[in-house]
Design a protein around this ligand. Structure first.
Ligand code: NDP
Length: 343
């Protein structure tokens, strides 16, 4: 086993956040528990990672429910899982050495023991480690693949993205601009977020709390309408986009955060029939199906970040014990850009 120095003392246990109970509607602090558990002994082929940042993501809300979905439910009374980036502090694998920065899926804890093959290198020569949970990681790939591969974006398209000041949405808008969109419109939940979108180069942005989405979107789109809708929200936003989309328009169905905490069936969209006359394409997708584009994406995105074409925001909360609150705040819109917990 390689370690930092001869005298490095490796941890025998880790603090972690466990799912204590399943939420009904909005999660509450009582759904989470902080606990300390022993770390397993490192086996051949494994690494011990000290997590530096953990990711809290909207999809985790679905995993808190005990229902069959694309991603297995979190089990009760053990650590939750999720994206993390950390530093290898001990290794029994020839593929990872002490000091390597790696991305993996054992978040919600301070230390993780896992197979080296379940980690991927974080290219910290390109950007700080935290970026590999956001703009250069799963989040960024979601924006890139969703826009280019799912919505089949073409230069000249007018694009609308909801959740536009969030991690995925803010990148969607900037990628669309970088690739020649005729117009990019974003919606978000506060005047500060709307102002930030205009700074990021969106042509128009509105606060969806200010009035019906369909009215605000129609005004922002004007006669030209929209060709692509990148949907992070569902519900009223999707209904509005269906109304404003041009003939032949495309919708990348990425998320439906307006419904994640709902205990009642959705009441919108009520106008799905428009998809027939307008010959729309609505395509749902999971980023996991586009992982083969990761290296092309990192290459392109790191270039855009380096030359200032794309900026990314992070909202950072300190301390593992604050991770549940950070997650609850994410669902309430407290973040601009990627919500991260720094350990
Ligand atoms: P964000 O950074 O966008 O954070 C979530 C945001 O959602 C909040 O900041 C809040 O912003 C907004 N929000 C919360 N409730 C509502 C509501 N009722 N109506 C409108 N907006 C709301 O998260 P991500 O960028 O990580 O994820 C964005 C979307 O993409 C989510 O739906 C997520 O599930 C989805 N996703 C899908 C993936 C896939 O593979 N299909 C992969 C990754 C993400 P505001 O203040 O503007 O309300």
């Amino acid at each position: 086993m390689s370690t930092h120095t001869e005298t490095t003392v490796l941890p025998a246990a880790t603090r972690e956040i466990q799912l204590a109970s399943r939420p009904h509607g909005r999660p509450v602090p009582e759904n989470f528990r902080s606990a300390e558990t022993a770390l397993p002994e490192l086996q051949d082929g494994q690494v011990l990672v000290r997590n530096l940042f953990i990711s809290v993501d909207p999809y985790m809300r679905g995993r808190m429910n005990d229902v069959k979905s694309y991603s297995a439910p979190f089990a009760l009374d053990i650590a939750m899982e999720g994206g993390a980036v950390g530093e290898v502090i001990a290794s029994r694998s020839p593929d990872r050495k002490v000091g390597d920065a790696v991305v993996h899926s054992l978040g919600w804890r301070e230390y993780a023991v896992l197979d080296a093959g379940a980690t991927s290198p974080a290219r910290t020569d390109l950007a700080p480690a935290s970026a590999f949970l956001g703009a250069l990681g799963m989040t960024g790939l979601t924006a890139y693949a969703g826009l280019l591969k799912v919505a089949d974006f073409k230069a000249g398209d007018a694009v609308f993205v909801s959740g536009a000041a969030g991690a995925v949405g803010s990148l969607v808008g900037q990628i669309a601009k970088a690739m020649g969109a005729s117009r990019v419109i974003g919606s978000a939940g506060s005047p500060e977020k709307v102002a930030r979108l205009l700074e990021l180069g969106f042509d128009a942005a509105f606060n969806y709390h200010d009035g019906p989405v369909v009215d605000q979107l129609s005004a922002a789109a004007g006669e030209a309408g929209i060709d692509v809708y990148f949907d992070n929200v569902g519900g009223e936003h999707l209904e509005a986009a269906l109304s404003v989309l041009n003939v032949g328009g495309r919708v990348a169905m990425c998320g439906a955060i307006a419904q994640y905490n709902s205990t009642e069936p959705a009441t919108a969209p009520r106008n799905l029939m428009l998809a027939i006359g307008k010959q729309l394409t609505l395509k749902g997708f999971l980023v996991g199906g586009y992982w083969q584009h990761m290296s092309e994406f990192v290459q392109t995105m790191s270039g855009w970040i380096a030359d200032g074409t794309v900026s990314y925001d992070e909202t950072i909360v300190d301390g593992l014990e604050n991770a549940p609150q950070a997650f609850m705040d994410l669902l309430d819109g407290a973040n601009t850009g990627k919500m991260l917990v720094r350990l």
